[in-house]
Design a protein around this ligand. Structure first.
Ligand code: ADP
Ligand code: MG
Length: 236
């Protein structure tokens, strides 16, 4: 049976800047299944980050509902949201967002600190996932001692180390060259598929979107269309 991970209904977000009103999103509705690889594709300013931030519970919608794994997150208060994020969500950022003073191992084990997992188990889990992303030899490197692609591998390891059911990535390959982009996309998709994790990637890059099973095309805050691709990335 197909289960629904994300259910968005009639979402609207209006920003007010003084007298100005910016409708960043309007009438946005879609579903994403558990284990699905989904891309939100659109040009700059189309509302992608706004949408992702609302899925992460970082911003409240002006109207509409967001259900993640059956739970209405727009109704949660900050404390409930914080707990929900910790348990259900992993994040991957365009600029990696690693702590510069920490090693790869320390960056990856950080989310586990908040889970109350003891030091030796944290190190063990972090080392294991760093090996899975191809960084077994770089666990003691700091971000400045790694390439962009390597830093993003650390970012991926950090997002996946808890095995959250939903991973959100905002332009994760935006700072990478095309070869590294391919490696990073393959890695994220492979990691998500291993444990049937749901992956939502925001991008403006059609080549990145080709890795998805579902592409949500967004234009000026509206869904243009939703494209379903075969698992190999060929259009049906
Ligand atoms: P994208 O990620 O697709 O480039 P965004 O979601 O960042 O687009 O922005 C969508 C629209 O909403 C843009 O017109 C942007 O200027 C506006 N916007 C985004 N965040 C804010 C904000 N905090 N205040 C006012 N306007 C905003
Ligand atoms: Mg953006």
């Amino acid at each position: 049976m197909v289960k629904t991970a994300v259910e968005v209904k009639n979402l609207r977000k209006v920003y007010r800047l003084g007298q100005e009103k910016v409708v960043a999103l309007d009438k946005v509705s879609f579903n994403i299944n558990v284990g699905e690889i989904c891309c939100i594709l659109g040009t700059s300013g189309s509302g992608k980050s706004t949408l992702l931030n609302m899925l992460a519970g970082l911003e409240k919608p002006s109207r509409g509902t967001i259900k993640l794994f059956g739970k209405n997150i727009e109704k949660m208060d900050e404390r409930q949201l914080a707990r929900f994020r910790q348990k259900y969500l992993g994040f991957i950022f365009q600029s990696y967002n690693l702590l510069p003073a920490l090693t790869a191992l320390e960056n990856v084990s950080l989310p586990l600190v908040f889970q109350g997992i003891n030091r030796s188990l944290r190190d063990q889990k972090a080392a294991k996932i760093l090996t899975a992303v191809g960084l077994a030899t770089h666990t003691r490197h700091k971000p400045s001692q790694m390439s962009g692609g390597q830093q993003q591998r650390v970012g991926i390891a950090r997002a996946f180390v808890n095995q959250p059911p939903l991973i959100l990535a905002d332009e994760p390959t935006g700072n990478l060259d095309s070869n590294t982009t391919r490696e990073i996309m393959q890695l994220m998709v492979e990691m998500a598929q291993t444990h049937q994790q749901t992956l939502i990637i925001v991008t403006h890059d059609r080549d990145v979107a080709a890795y998805a099973e579902k592409i949500i095309h967004i234009l000026d805050g509206n869904i243009e269309n939703i494209e379903i691709l075969s698992p190999k990335g060929e259009e049906l």
